[in-house]
Write a new protein. Structure first.
Length: 185
């Protein structure tokens, strides 16, 4: 065997180094990509597990959504009615509730609807007069109505400060700020 000269050894070393360096760089690049992919998988794993859980509970979620939709139709006026029709129907129902409770309805007014988070909020103002017991029973009935009637504000005042008969129940004047919700199309 022939012995390599130092010059030939250096050339051989450089040739081998030129062949090995790209392979080493390629190996380093693949390892970096692998580590980044593992980090992304570790980050996605909880999300994927949640998605699998949601997929497993699809039937339950759909049943809850349908029951929520049914409840929504109970609590909110449908979009098929015009906002004016809805306001007038609610006004008539409120007047009937107050009259049945023993309150005298002095005035009532339906105000223009306002857009609120995908619904039409239809405000109503109602002024009534009557005794405390009638006011309490009207409030109790209002809270049990479907579709719901929201009480935005309530102002109650005693009529006639100088009541000649201290044993008689004082008459109250109440102004209600109410509203009902109507679904938007």
């Amino acid at each position: 065997m022939k012995r390599l000269s130092s010059r030939e050894g250096v050339i051989l070393f450089c040739t081998v180094a030129l062949a090995i360096v790209p392979l080493a760089l390629l190996g380093w690049y693949v390892q970096e990509k692998h580590q980044k992919a593992e980090a992304q998988l570790a980050q996605m794993e909880p999300r994927y597990a949640r998605l699998l859980g949601l997929e497993a509970q699809r039937a339950d979620i759909e049943a809850l959504l349908s029951s929520a939709s049914g409840a929504r139709t109970q609590y909110i006026y449908p979009a098929s009615q015009d906002a004016n029709q809805t306001g007038n129907a609610a006004q008539q129902r409120i007047r009937e509730i107050f009259s049945a409770a023993g309150l005298q309805v002095i005035s009532s007014q339906v105000l223009p609807a306002k857009d609120e988070k995908g619904f039409d909020r239809i405000p109503l103002t109602v002024r009534t007069e009557g005794e405390m017991l009638a006011l309490q029973s009207a409030l109790a009935v209002l809270t049990s109505q479907l579709p719901i009637i929201l009480i935005n504000d309530l102002d109650i005042q005693i009529q006639g400060y100088g009541n000649p008969d201290p044993k008689a129940a004082p008459r109250l004047s109440a102004q209600f700020g109410l509203s009902v919700l109507r679904e938007r199309i």
